[in-house]
Design a protein. Sequence first.
Length: 171
Amino acid sequence: MDDKLKEKYMRLALKQADKAAQEDEVPVGAVIIKDGKVIARARNRKEKNNCSNYHAEIVAIEKACKAVGDWRLNDCDIFVTLEPCAMCSGALINARIGNIYFGAYDSKAGCCGTLFNLPKDGRFNHTPEVVEGGILQEQCADVLGVYFRGKRATKKQARQEAQSVDSNAQL
């Protein structure tokens, strides 16, 4: 797959990440491609669904399985804005996804090469190819950085307001 096509698909995943941020979800987006066509678009839904399992990859896998009418996604590729964690890497292995492409590396939870490389562990029944990490890495990391800086600023402001209220109450 050429670089322009990889970037095109990652930009579609970034659109999903942007939507997640607008919904106050951690901004991770994913798309699944089969035969050059997008068959699933997804973003994190943990807050909306009140469940830790609803990572973008998991939601995308569910949608893709419905689209193809099978739990096996052998001939599919996933593009995700953040390196998949252990849970998502395991789900991609179990879904038999063909190829994994990701944007930003995840130094805290990445399991497609950073902390572990679960898809490359030959002990599993299926070993997806981690084709490439770092596709539009800067843009993918920026979406996350902006989101978390905003979260920290909001928490700091809330603490300052609470301290101000406490100070005024003591007067």
